[in-house]
Design a protein around this ligand. Sequence first.
Ligand code: ZN
Length: 389
Amino acid sequence: MIIILTIRLAWLWLGLASAPSHPRVRSPGGWPGALLAIAIAANTGCVLRPFNSSGSGRLVVVTTFVPITNFTQAVAGDRAEVTQLLPDNVGPHDYQARPEDAGKLARADVLVKNGLGLEDFLADLVENAGRPDLKIIDSSQGVPIGLGTPAAAEPGASPQPSPQHQNDQHRGQPNPHIYLDPKRAILQVATIRDGLIAADPSGKALYQANAAAYIAQLRQLDRQITAQLRPFAGKTFVTYHDFAGYFAQSYQLKTQFLVDIPEQNPAPGDIQRVIRAVRQSDLKTLLSEPQAATGQFAALAKDLNIQVSRFDSLETGGPEASQPAYYLGVMAANVNHLVKAFSASASQIKGTLSPWPICGVPTPRSPLRSPGRSPVLPLVGRCAEGQAG
Ligand SMILES: [Zn+2]
């Protein structure tokens, strides 16, 4: 025990003495923090493991955003301390790193990310954290990213991706939203399991058991979704930003979107593309999402005299979103909304209450009706007609 403690103290000393390992951001607490860690270790007499944890003896794992947190928490259980990098209700498209975030990485053993360029901010953050030794699990490794477009080859189908997609932040990268397809999510969970085992081999049995249990739940979710959506094979749905391609492919659906990323303003071509999709597919519902600038989407739905429902891309969430069951619940709700959207007829939706108010939107500011721009469509559909709001 004394030998191990001596090695640990020497390791801490070398880490502190090595200036380049903390070039820009001080580790949390700096010297006092390190001394506190030494004091805790000495006073508790705990069995020190080769982890960067501050005395708990548990593997310290940082995840990037909601689904990655869900998957990692499911595999790690109580064996690891899992912390999400992104704050509540901030998604990876609009995340701005804060100094304390580098601090989270500075004390982590493992970082788990979605990959495929969705977390481009990590390169600078890891460098700032001074942790070249940080183990990084890229959960997209081995996940099929081919978005074959058999549906798009059909007559009347809209091409994808849109021309604007070439200019978005996914440029040069495949679409990163693999986690929204439960079949691909299963592969991500398996990769996270293997990465945690590599970082903490003595936890192998637990990680394997936890992953198997969660994968069984994901398979059940996949079967449920398959059964629910089978009657709608070939149908199109429209989301706010470009996240549903893998999900649609997995369940023989087609998808369109208004913008590439949530913060983007739609170009006139985007609006026309959605209008074409709605008319060709006789859609009665657009599917918005929590972080979307819903005003423009709502105004478009109002002009088309259709409803707005919700498909949560799981990029943001509150404190309740950290647990493994969150992914399962949100995906089940998404599919229920989708089934209602596909099932809706004009008469059925008349007078129903949308989960997203589509009236009361400050439509004069909408690009559809802003001064100097002609409305794309005649204005139809009013709150007074009893749609929602
Ligand atoms: Zn996205």
